[in-house]
Design a protein around this ligand. Sequence first.
Ligand code: CAA
Length: 379
Amino acid sequence: MNFRLSEEHEMIRKMVRDFALKEVAPTAAERDEEERFDINIFKKMAELGLTGIPWAEEYGGIGSDFLAYCIAVEELSRVCASTGVTLSAHTSLAGWPIYKFGSEEQKQKYLKPMAQGEKIGAYGLTEPGSGSDAGGMRTTARRDGDDYVINGSKIFITNGGVADTYVVFALTDPTSKHKGTSAFIIEKDFPGFSVGKKEKKLGIRSSPTTEIIFEDCRVPKENLLGSEGDGFKIAMMTLDGGRNGIAAQAVGIAQGALDAAVAYAKDREQFGKPIAANQGISFKLADMATEIEAARLLTYQAAWLESNGLPYGKESAMSKLFAGDTAMKVTTEAVQIFGGYGYTKDYPVERYMRDAKITQIYEGTQEIQRLVISRMLTK
Ligand code: CAA
């Protein structure tokens, strides 16, 4: 057993860390305040090959693995969780199902430009009446000649409005729940597709989250992903990996908050000494660091399992559960260490705390992760 990262992984970490500090961190607070997505950051990530880390070179990727991808999401999220989730949704939620279930034509047409960062990807599963109960969707896809005609709407779409390519789930057989669900690749310019309301959010505010609407949206039959009826399994398998991307995001947020808290605790003096000299603070820092390390190990383990073709669904649910809770706890403690200053926008820890909350909610709430883990233990 070897817990050392390979040279390649260390190199990717250094490259993304340098990029994040130079190109992402300086505007993170401002983009959060203005709820502004910056396409230039995405383009610069593309230049570095970050938009296609785990995909083979023939599909525009850099031929690395899911561990490298998680390291990239972690390092981006360490300075800006919005940028972390932009890459995560693009890679895990939109790229992965096309890579795994797409035909050669679909991979060349859709995955390649996404991997090269010419197009942005998104994933549409959740609906107003179907969140945790993903199988309760209402959106339909009716076959009409050489097309499918899609009607309905999806909400909480990460990269909504800025994405070009959406992997979307709809009922091709509304009489059958899971087995009547199919997956489609939708282009933003397809007739009948539109972007609806943009959410105003507590955190990850520079990552756009929108509704997407289908009004007699015509989709060529070639854009069916997998076979009719495969959709629910494709959606679930996609989330198995996606959840580990969110775990990586959570580890990054927590590490960013710890970095800030350590620096502040060493610098801030009260009662004639740095506050880090008080056990009440230093023990907090020790607990924060320990929990982050445990979350990171769980996350890297799930990524390693996936990269090595081993089952990873349970481990991925565990990493998201543990890392999400760790991020919430660590960021809350970081605000506490900063005291009154931590509650202001003069320091980044309040942003980390707001950003951490979503990691306990999206890609399956913490309660759904427990359901997934316990079902796997008892099935
Ligand atoms: N891999 C493969 N197949 C799977 C699977 C998996 N991980 N999970 C379930 N399935 C299969 C089952 O084997 C079953 O197949 P059979 O009918 O052949 O036996 C079928 O799918 C139905 O499974 P369940 O009976 O377990 O389904 P369920 O209705 O009880 O739901 C659930 C299971 C785990 C609760 C699921 O609904 C779920 O994951 N809910 C949460 C949804 C979620 O995470 N949403 C987040 C959306 S993305 C997002 O957050 C926005 C963003 O952009 C970031």
